[in-house]
Ligand binder design. Sequence first.
Ligand SMILES: CSCC[C@H](NC=O)C(=O)O
Ligand SMILES: [Zn+2]
Ligand SMILES: [Zn+2]
Length: 423
Amino acid sequence: NPAASPSQIISRFQQYLQINTTQPSPDYQTSTQFILSQAGSLSLESRAIEFVKNKPVVLLKWPGSDPFLPSVLLNSHTDVVSFEHSKWIHPPLGGYVDRRGDIFGRGSQDMKCVGMQYLEAIRRLKASGFRPKRSLYLSFVPDEEIGGNDGAKKLAYSDVFKDMNVEIVLDEGLPSLNENYRLFYAEKAPWWLVIKSNGAPGHGAKLYDNSAMENLFKSIESITRFRASQFDLLKSGLKSEGEVISVNMAFLKAGTPSPTGFVMNLQPSEAEAGFDIRVPPTADIESFEKRIAEEWAPASRNMTFEFKQKVTPHDDLGRPLVTATDSSNPWWILMEEAIKKANGKIGKPEIFSGATDARYFRQLGLPAIGFSPMANTPYLLHDHNEFLNKAEYLRGIEVYESIIKAYTSYIPPGRDGVSRDEL
Ligand SMILES: CSCC[C@H](NC=O)C(=O)O
Ligand SMILES: [Zn+2]
Ligand SMILES: [Zn+2]
């Protein structure tokens, strides 16, 4: 079967990498055509739904033999973040494979790899004669990189989704440098904070209190100390990456522009700074909010603040938005078993450091697991020279074969254990 040869498999991945779905103006038309044609070659049911115009959600279905069993959803996003072309050793939209077998491209880790691996796993399972009991859905959603409001969120809150009767969702994860795959049961919530200071303007030679710059820098010092304290917890091993609040400065804006740069002998009356903050579901939100209002942007120091983005890491009832990792969640156990069956090793369950579409499904009360099968791989999401090794990519397909088999065959205890198939 030539369609299943490694060179054909890699060639399909390259084709997907070559489609320019880079934010802020992704070519969703071409990616949609590509995915639909893949679905056609696999005889999957397919449709493209525009909950928002020109932002297609491509939905594929491999029907299960028992329509009464809830379904399984494998999600991936089709968009990728932008890149600095000149800083790459191979073109970011090329899908170039070097002598070591490293496949270069924006999206090779985040997450065109996963979307294609789902499809390749289905190709192999179909060729082997496997038939799922549960229906398997694949969603290829737009706009994850800009928040997912017009993509996964629309899907999750739609009637289409209700009709799908989904019981478990898989979405993206992160690579690990060692041999252990990483599994994610929750994620941090992005808070994008902008703080502004005001102060009296004055001569650049004059020393006085409460300038806008001084007021802003008192805040930056306080934020820097907090950042260091969180980072120390991580460095010392007392906490893991997913358990600390991360704070990074995104921009600084101040000064009075002049045709030759900035006016040097005028102290500005305004200054501002922006921070990308990530809050774990386990954090004490109230005390952190208090810290921002009282220490980072106190009105008493002529400061104001605003959130450009403030996602809650909690559900409607105020509970942390997490997927269970113990025996109360059979999907977690099945996932671990299926990976191990495919000879994969697994590290400790983790909280994802960034934001993913999984949060929309967790908000509905569904279990969602973040996983991208990338072991022995450096973390290059959003970085220059993003790549995934060919051998690692192919191994990931085998892992998904094992997961899909286990998930679509799972019948919960107590449900008489007889599927329609066997009747
Ligand atoms: C709040 S929308 C941003 C989503 C983005 N997701 C992946 O990188 C992130 O910055 O985590
Ligand atoms: Zn992603
Ligand atoms: Zn991303």
